[in-house]
Write a protein that binds this ligand. Structure first.
Ligand SMILES: [Zn+2]
Length: 256
């Protein structure tokens, strides 16, 4: 299987997975770049997987469905372009001969789902939409901090070698914030230096892995003493899992 991040808009990645003949695409906000990639590699688009309803994740669905006849899978609890197969946590989406387990991850949007395949090219593979970013997490547009923390806990519990396909190149700005929260984290400093080099070469910083994120992502590390302390500096009332997470998320929203 080949895994390709197709850049779109300012900083989106539309993930394409293909076996040389058939392809699936995740969250095609724009049909044009996906169609060009299909043409370039002579691929038949078999499936479209959608994680949530935002336009930069769904804007190309209708055009691609019409052009290719691809089957569309998406969150049953959200409004995305019809017709599509409605999914909820615990369901399975079948594409390219793979079985993707559907995980409910509300927070960024109310019905956001993620897709997890236990083995692709020898490793687990995760398409997490706007829930988990490298070094960060999605903004809470429709959910509560408690919901988002529970969603991130589910993703953090996946195997460390899980290949994590995030949908935005937000890594460098996320890591600048992460360094403000945890200036003494040596793993974080090393990862930041690596990502800066990648961006200087015009390369994506993604995919990441769950093990990498557990070392550097403040939103997966809110139970660490250093992070709890930093959260209390920002908001003295932060005292438990949820309020520490909420304080870090609020701090990030204001961080310049
Ligand atoms: Zn979104």
């Amino acid at each position: 299987m080949y895994l390709i991040p197709i850049p779109a808009f300012n900083d989106n990645y539309l993930w394409l997975l293909h076996d040389g003949k058939r392809a699936l695409v995740v969250d095609p906000g724009d049909a044009g770049p996906v169609q060009r990639a299909l043409d370039e590699h002579a691929l038949q688009l078999e499936s479209i997987l959608v994680t949530h309803h935002h336009a930069d994740h769904t804007g190309g669905v209708d055009a691609l469905r019409e052009a290719t006849g691809a089957q569309v899978w998406g969150p049953g609890a959200e409004r995305i372009p019809q017709p599509y197969t409605h999914l909820k946590g615990g369901d399975t989406a079948r594409a390219l001969g793979l079985e993707f387990q559907v995980i409910d991850v509300p927070g960024h949007t109310a019905g956001h789902i993620a897709y997890y395949a236990p083995e692709v090219n020898g490793k687990p593979l995760l398409f997490c939409g706007d829930t988990l970013f490298s070094g960060g997490c999605g903004r809470l547009f429709e959910g509560t901090p408690a919901q988002m923390l529970a969603s991130l806990d589910k993703l953090a519990a996946l195997p460390g070698n899980t290949v994590v396909c995030c949908t935005h190149e937000y890594t460098l700005s996320n890591l600048r914030f992460a360094m403000a929260v945890e200036p003494g984290n040596a793993e974080l400093a090393a990862y930041q230096a690596k990502c800066i080099r990648l961006r200087e070469q015009g390369m994506p910083t993604l995919p990441s892995s769950i093990a990498q994120e557990l070392l550097v992502n403040p939103f997966l590390r809110t139970r660490q003493a250093t992070i709890m302390q930093a959260a209390r500096h920002f908001d003295a009332s932060a005292h438990d899992d949820t309020t520490v997470f909420a304080a870090i998320r609020q701090w990030k929203n204001q961080f310049k």
